[in-house]
Design a binder for this molecule. Structure first.
Ligand SMILES: [Zn+2]
Length: 95
């Protein structure tokens, strides 16, 4: 039954389990996929990508960043958003 699982290309060298989320799922604007072991790592990848897109002047990402900025002005709302995304991350199947 479990002879060979196709998705082990996302496992890191140490054999850790990676999870996948897209830029859009993390409040961004495109379908770029991020692979990480922890939600913190995931958030870091998304932030890095967002910064790159910001520097490139990508309009779609600038717009989504603006709405995130709006959210960040309310620490409680930001915390809620973050916790919701963390739950979403934890509910993902291990790939
Ligand atoms: Zn993106």
């Amino acid at each position: 039954m479990w002879r060979k699982i196709k998705t082990n290309k996302y496992k890191s060298q140490k054999g850790k389990i990676m999870k996948t989320m897209t830029c859009k799922q993390l409040g961004g604007a495109c379908d770029k996929e991020f692979h990480a072991n922890t939600f913190e790592e995931m958030a870091e990848l998304s932030k890095k990508h967002g910064t790159e897109m910001f520097q490139a002047g990508d309009k779609a990402h600038l717009a989504s960043m603006n709405s995130m900025k709006h959210l960040m002005q309310d620490p409680k709302a930001m915390q809620e958003w973050f916790e919701n995304k963390r739950k979403e991350f934890e509910a993902l199947p291990n790939t």
